[in-house]
Design a protein around this ligand. Sequence first.
Ligand code: ADP
Ligand code: MG
Length: 785
Amino acid sequence: MKVGRGKVSSQIGTPNSTRACLSASVCRMEPPMAIFKDIDIDVLALVNDTVGTMMTCGYDDQRCEVGLIIGNVLTYSQTCGLKQKSHMEQTVAYPIPTGTGTNACYMEEMRHIDLVEGDEGRMCINTEWGAFGDDGALDDLRTEFDRELDLGSLNPGKQLFEKMISSLYLGELVRLILLKMTKEGLLFNGKVSTALLTKGKIEMKHVSAMEKYKEGLSNTKEILTELKLFPSEEDCVAVQHVCAVVSSRSAKLCAAALAAILTRLRENKQLLRMRTTVGIDGGLYKTHPKFAGRLHRAVGRLVPACEVRFLRSRGGSGRGAAVVAAVARRLAAQRRRLHTALAALLLPPAILRELRDKMRAELEHGLKRETQAQATVKMLPTFVRGTPDGTEKGKFLALDLGGTNFRVLLVKIKSGRRRSVQMYNKIFAIPLEIMQGTGEELFDHIVQCLADFLEYMGIKGARLPLGFTFSFPCRQASIDKGTLVGWTKGFKATDCEGEDVVDMLREAIRRRNEFDLDIVAVVNDTVGTMMTCGYEDPNCEIGLIAGTGTNVCYMEDMKNIEIVEGNEGKMCINTEWGAFGDNGCIDYIRTKYDREVDEGSLNPGKQRYEKMTSGMYLGEIVRQILIDLTKQGLLFRGHISESLRKKGIFETKFLSQIERDRLALPQVRHVLRQLGLDSTCEDSIIVKEVCAAVSTRAARLCGAGLAAVVEKKRENRGVERLQITVGADGTLYKLHPHFSRILQETVKELAPQCDVTFMLSEDGSGKGAALITAVAKRLHNVGQK
Ligand code: ADP
Ligand code: MG
């Protein structure tokens, strides 16, 4: 028997839900109970009796993950309770009477269930295995009696497996065999009675009675006499034997099918040996004197690698249904509260379009002379006027400050046919006390690292041109002058804001008095990224960073840049869009979590867009939400652990790990355990949803901003359709499993007239700085000649 596809019976977890599937978007179904027309019923759980059995047993034994019915169970009308509360939604468990056959359900891995979306956790599958063999698979095993029984049934050709097993048919099989044997003269002196000719005259209860150990023989005699068959002693023994053959076959068939499920469970769990519990109900199993024992023994022989506990369901499927309803109700309530908490993070298309338009307005403000001073998106001219043309060459130094790592690079650019860029770089740490110490200390440290690098490369004597990638907002008056507008990301060194960072670097070099350098350009990392991609693709006129922070630059027409003289050609504008919203214009989408992250940051009230979209903050937003959900009792059993209280503990890289598609929940739990968070599977699912909500919002927000930029480019060019390339960099963009895709989809959605190609930048802040320096050198030399 192949187990794997089945009907999805109920989206619920088991009572102790450690291994449950909480994807319990417990379906609101039209109650199939037309008779209750006047009652507004919220059918929480449509419970199959097997599922009820599993749930009831699962209540007593957490290991229970299979539910089995063999033979009839309680009638449902007795167990389905309905209480009416007027004007209120009803929650009822509604068991469906399926007849008195056989069936099984078990917990299947969500990733194997094609019919249901989602890969997480497990869901109970109602196999409806009674139909096994309806395609002919059992034809070799079916006897003439099985065929006869089937032909005389209400549903010929259907439920063939069930007809070989279940209590409804066992007595009938015995009757058909006895009839044939009698007709052949093997029993009752060949005398057939009317009763023996009558369908349904032998029932399961008779078979059970005849197979009893002690009274079996006298029972048999009594039963046969009642059927007017006048049995001899030998007749009775023979009839007992027939009963044993029929009921043993039933037990063995059932065991074989159960073995298939157990093997599948074991394989799903990739275990060599497995302990599990099967919740079991049904008259045949419970009342037949030998059935259970035969079943257990056969299972033991068929799947020796599984140690199976058979647990009789107490209280039948009614109690199971009640348990199911209780679990489902708890999960549904949890889900509602989770969705309420996360609802504020959802950005519907209308809001995104609004944000795109707001960003667009801010871009214009920053470019206009009158509004520029107050603009939050500063639109800083970079004095980079052209992209590389391939004639650049030489050796250059580059400094990269403003990212996670501080680096010094030597870049060798070759032009002509052997066009290439070679790079050597060294990473240096910037200790926190220097990041947040004085400006002099910071720049002395930078020059110290430079000296180490020159020493290391053996080029201390050469006075090389240097490009300084300085990824903070700088107001530039020329390509080699940059006044720091204000620190962002983790930096806070004193006496730097309002100062020219190139001067500070030159002075630090002078103080050290060991070597001299020609500082040619101060470069924003976005610009470096755009230039690096521009070196490969001339259509690249936008640079995007989604790393520690977020920012964008793009080539703007000079005539639109009011604060720079001249109307010819283009210049790259560093938008510094991370500050979008600092005037309050996006406060309506900020949540209490965003405000908490902002208040706990180094620069409260600043960089509001960045704080919703970039690597430095996403993990922190998740942590705030987790704390809130825990307070609401929805996570970690309501207990806020010490580690969850620690700021920065939830790094953005964990979002990437947790959101990886095929990542099984145990691995999510592993990540959480590394963070000192002891989580159940339900917790893991919630945490994963929180992460997805936060990163999706970030990507959508970023996409809305980028849509404003590409749309502006399109209007600048005055074209119906724009083809443009965006050079992109940053660890969030590169390593998060969904961020870049969602960002790209959002741009497509919000700027439908633009065909945007995204190009990953290879080390934009290093290579780009060298290229800008090279271009500036080339233009400078041309100017001098
Ligand atoms: P920067 O922007 O500082 O130059 P990066 O582009 O490397 O540097 O981005 C660093 C940021 O990326 C950090 O804030 C960190 O939180 C985040 N990050 C690190 N690893 C991952 C990851 N695997 N997935 C998503 N974000 C990450
Ligand atoms: Mg960087």
